[in-house]
Design a protein around this ligand. Structure first.
Ligand SMILES: [Zn+2]
Length: 158
């Protein structure tokens, strides 16, 4: 059955409907560390799919890899979503950064997570079904959420 997509997001600047998740992280390679990024569209069901990946290097013209880099899928039968582990254990998790931007105008869109400590699904503030009390802020938005009184017993970072 072909279900017509209901847009959860409409950009207030450009009218676009697509958000892009961008993830950057460091890989420790011996004494060196490499910085990588991957990005792909966020769907209306809060899952996203990384479609592009590249090494961030200011000196070299990068070749963007296109492919299937895995997807967050939540198994309804389990209490925890499956961890996304497409890359190795050498990663420096503290260096991870996530951004959500409008695909059309590149405007940054604030978001939270469905579980603490940047786990679960991505919950953009501008999604029509966004509920602050069911979301944990991405760390860079914690102060803003505090000011808005969006933090409460449920989503205060431990
Ligand atoms: Zn836009």
């Amino acid at each position: 059955m072909n279900v017509k997509e209901v847009f959860k997001f409409t950009c207030k600047e450009c009218g676009g409907h697509t958000l892009v998740v961008n993830h950057t992280w460091n890989i420790l390679a011996g004494a060196n560390s490499e910085r990588w990024q991957e990005w792909g569209p966020l769907k209306g069901d809060h899952h996203w799919h990384y479609e592009f990946r590249e090494k961030i290097d200011d000196d070299i013209e990068n070749e963007v890899q296109r492919g299937d880099f895995g997807e967050f899928e939540e198994d309804d039968s389990a209490s925890e979503p499956e961890e996304y582990e497409a890359y190795g254990t050498e990663d420096d998790k503290e260096s991870d950064e996530f951004y959500v931007n409008c695909e059309s105008c590149d405007r940054e869109v604030e978001f939270g997570w469905s579980k603490p400590d940047r786990h679960g699904l991505i919950m953009p503030v501008e999604f029509s079904d966004f509920v602050p009390s069911e979301s944990w802020p991405d760390p860079k938005y914690t102060d803003i959420w505090q000011q808005r009184k969006w933090l409460h017993m449920g989503n205060v970072q431990p």
